[in-house]
Ligand binder design. Sequence first.
Ligand SMILES: [Ca+2]
Length: 415
Amino acid sequence: MNETDGLRFRRLNRPQIITDESQEPQHKGSSTYSGKVFRVTFLTLGSLLLFPLLGVILLLESPIHPDVVSLNEPPLMSDCFEPNFKLRQAERLFEDQLLGPESIANVGDVIYTGTADGKIVKIEGKHVHVVARLGKPPCGSRENEPTCGRPLGIRVGPNGTLFVADAYLGLFEVNPVTGEVDNLVSTRQVVGGRRLSFVNDLDVTQDGRKVYFTDSSSRWQRRDYLYLIMEATADGRVLEYDTMTREVSVLMDGLRFANGIELCPDEESVMVAETTMARIRRVHVSGLNKGGMDTFVDNLPGFPDNIRRSSSGGYWVAMSAVRPNPGFSMVDFLSQKPWIKKLIFKVFSQDILMKFVPRYSLVLELWENGSCKRSFHDPHGMVAAYVSEAHEHNGHLYLGSFRSPYLCKLDLSQV
Ligand SMILES: [Ca+2]
């Protein structure tokens, strides 16, 4: 055994003395002490930072001043609202060629829609042509949306021209052949003492004389629609534009997010989606009841966007978001907690909060009396996401979207 081997041998065979003060408790003791120091330091620093942070949050002004609103418990997702996968049978069309085609109109088999980049487009067979542009480029960001324009509702008038509601720029008549654009109502115009801030949807009488349209809010613009929903602002209006006199008048005020609009067959009233309240109101626009309003359907299982007639004489209603029951709906939960809403919007941006909105897609068909006829679902929005409108044409349902980069087409004979 050489010297090194001897040292190793002696170390390995050194007698072990086991006492109460072994290495383990000593180590623990020092850890407890340093742990305490760490915790105290951490808590002190934490409170030093947290209290001023809380103070700053409390002092910050919230962008919204929410109203307390009363929503009934959402209806159970059963019977007519029973979840299914029928919307997943839809086919996506023109994926990545159309961004946010909110609303759809057709002349024969030619389809028209307006997109998030401010264009009115014509779809013929497999081709997409730009018919007109309502605003000015650049487009594509939140900042330039007001100048680019954001066409939402679109309809075909009796002469074959298109009537378009642009969220930022107002009402337009567009010649689909020449691309000529006429700004019928500008949002610079003051109506009833207030400017039009969020023009949303429209419908035209069969004789083309009157255009009825919604202005969702006088306070918020389209890009701030989450503020509008969460604040539950009651400044949505239904307006009338007379194509002969070119005058605009207010027919109804005080709606919480007036959205989709659809003339009733007798043209004496219009159905109006009151999105924040999850209901559809009927506003009387002519005849003996002109100026009056009643509720067509209340407590829907979602927040309604556009309404369009169905071939069975009822209505297609696309839901911008659902109120699942069983499940959780943030808008319902916070409807009577304005201080929490204020706090949330002090801390988080709308983009972050949008991530908490479930991608559940739901389209309802209502009977003429407002009761549910059938519902089509796409839980998680796998095929058709963020549906804004269901437009029926030739046995198919064309599904618009306020933010998806495609149109969907559902064969009604298959569902
Ligand atoms: Ca709409």
